[in-house]
Design a protein around this ligand. Structure first.
Ligand SMILES: NC(=O)c1ccc[n+]([C@@H]2O[C@H](COP(=O)([O-])OP(=O)(O)OC[C@H]3O[C@@H](n4cnc5c(N)ncnc54)[C@H](O)[C@@H]3O)[C@@H](O)[C@H]2O)c1
Length: 253
C-alpha cells in the first residue's frame, strides 16, 4: 500500500477546521503527511488530536481565503514555519447562500465568488508557486467542486453556489495543463450531499435528498477520505485534469 503513503510530505488544506476540509486534513495526516490548515474559525478538537494520533506536524493559520492580503500573509507564515515545504494543496474553504435567483444581490454573489472561486483559484496559484520553488516531485492540487456544478440541487436556492462550483470544475483541466510541465497534478473532487454545517440548517432537505441517492444515505465527510488519499498520493500518479464524483450515485440516475 506504499503508493498511498504521504510520509515525508506536507499538505495544506483551506477550510480545514471542520466538515469536508477537516476530513481531508485527517486523510493526509493518517497517510503520514504534515498538515497545515487555513480557516477563519479555530479548528475543532479532532484537528488538534491529529498530531499526536499520527505522529505528524500540524498547524492552524487564521486566514480568510477571500482576501488577497490575508491569503498572501498566510502563505508567507506557512512557508517560513514549514521551511518552504508543500506537496499537496486542497483548497476546500467554501460557503453557500440560500437565496432565490430573483432576490440574489450583487454583493452576496460577489462575496460568495470571492471565497468559492477566487479563494480556491489563488490558493492553488500560491501553492503551485511554492511547489515549483521547492522542487517537489509529488505535487498534487485537489480542488473541491460539487455535483452542484453540474445540476440544480432539488429544493435548494443556490444558483450562485452552483455557478461557483461549475467554475471550480471548469478551471481544473486548464490549470492542470499549465502545471503539468512542473510535475504538479491538478484534479477535483465533486462531492454529492454531505452532512456538515453547510447542510445542517436544512434537515428536511437532508431527509428528502436520501431518495435521490442510490446508496440511500447522505454522505458523512469521512466518505470523501478515500478519494482524497488517492488523488493526494502516488496512487493517482498518471491522473490530472480530472474530476472524481463521490455522490453515492446521485448523478447516475
Ligand atoms: N456539504 C456538502 O454537501 C458539500 C457538497 C459538495 C461540496 N461541498 C464543498 O465542500 C467544501 C467544504 O464544505 P463543508 O460542507 O465542509 O462546509 P463547512 O461549512 O462545514 O466547512 C467550510 C469551512 O470553510 C471555512 N471557510 C468559510 N469561509 C472561509 C474563508 N473566507 N476563508 C477561510 N475559510 C473559510 C469555514 O470556516 C469552514 O471551516 C466547500 O467548498 C463546499 O462547497 C460541500
Amino acid at each position: 500500500m506504499s503508493i498511498f503513503s504521504l510520509k515525508g510530505r506536507t499538505a495544506l488544506v483551506t477550510g480545514g477546521a471542520r466538515g469536508c476540509g477537516l476530513a481531508f486534513a485527517q486523510s493526509c495526516a493518517e497517510a503520514g503527511a504534515d498538515v497545515a490548515i487555513f480557516d477563519v474559525i479555530e479548528p475543532d478538537d479532532t484537528f488538534q488530536a491529529l498530531s499526536e494520533k499520527y505522529g505528524v506536524r500540524t498547524a492552524y493559520y487564521e486566514v480568510d481565503v477571500s482576501s488577497e492580503q490575508s491569503l498572501q500573509k498566510g502563505f508567507d507564515r506557512f512557508k517560513s514555519d514549514f521551511s518552504n515545504a508543500l506537496d499537496i494543496c486542497i483548497p476546500c474553504a467554501g460557503i453557500n447562500r440560500h437565496l432565490s435567483f430573483l432576490e440574489f444581490s450583487y454583493q452576496d454573489h460577489h462575496d460568495l465568488l470571492s471565497v468559492n472561486v477566487l479563494g480556491s483559484y489563488f490558493t492553488a496559484q500560491l501553492a503551485a508557486r511554492q511547489m515549483i520553488a521547492n522542487g517537489t516531485r509529488h505535487g498534487s492540487i485537489i480542488l473541491v467542486a460539487s455535483i452542484a456544478g453540474q445540476r440544480a440541487i432539488r429544493s435548494q436556492l443556490c444558483s450562485a453556489y452552483c455557478g461557483s462550483k461549475g467554475a471550480v470544475k471548469a478551471t481544473c483541466p486548464a490549470i492542470a495543463q499549465e502545471l503539468a510541465p512542473h510535475g504538479i497534478r491538478v484534479n477535483s473532487i465533486s462531492p454529492g450531499y454531505v452532512r456538515t454545517e453547510m447542510t445542517a440548517g436544512f434537515p428536511q432537505l437532508l431527509e428528502s435528498w436520501k431518495g435521490e441517492i442510490m446508496l440511500g444515505r447522505v454522505a458523512e465527510p469521512d466518505d470523501l477520505r478515500g478519494a482524497c488519499m488517492f488523488l493526494a498520493s502516488d496512487a493517482s500518479v498518471y491522473m490530472t485534469g480530472q474530476d472524481i464524483i463521490v455522490d453515492g450515485g446521485v448523478t447516475r440516475w
